[in-house]
Design a protein. Structure first.
Length: 106
């Protein structure tokens, strides 16, 4: 989980001019990457919290708090900006992954 958090930090620490552009697909690809990155973070956080109390809630909380901290971090990266929309997309990715885990156990 910590390695994946470091990878997210590394990716979000890149200045805007270092990021590839995907033409008309740019927004969809980049927001999709947000969704998937935090879905994976939630899965990894669930693996850490699954033996404790309220593992789904704690895994979701880890992902959302990290998403918020990542967007705040991006405020200090050249050409980047943190947005509430990205936090919402990240949170939706985390929630979706955790719901899939929950449903697969039912």
């Amino acid at each position: 989980m910590l390695l994946w958090m470091a990878a997210i930090f590394f990716m979000s620490n890149q200045p805007s001019e270092a990021l590839p552009a995907y033409g008309p697909w740019d927004w969809l690809i980049k927001k999709g990457a947000h969704f998937l990155a935090y879905a994976l973070l939630a899965v990894l956080a669930f693996r850490v919290t699954r033996e404790g109390p309220r593992p789904y809630f704690l895994a979701f909380l880890v992902a959302v708090i990290y998403a918020i901290s990542d967007e705040i971090h991006q405020l200090f990266v050249e050409g980047r900006h943190g947005t509430a929309v990205d936090v919402a997309i990240d949170s939706l990715g985390a929630l979706t992954a955790l719901l899939l885990i929950y449903r697969s156990k039912s």
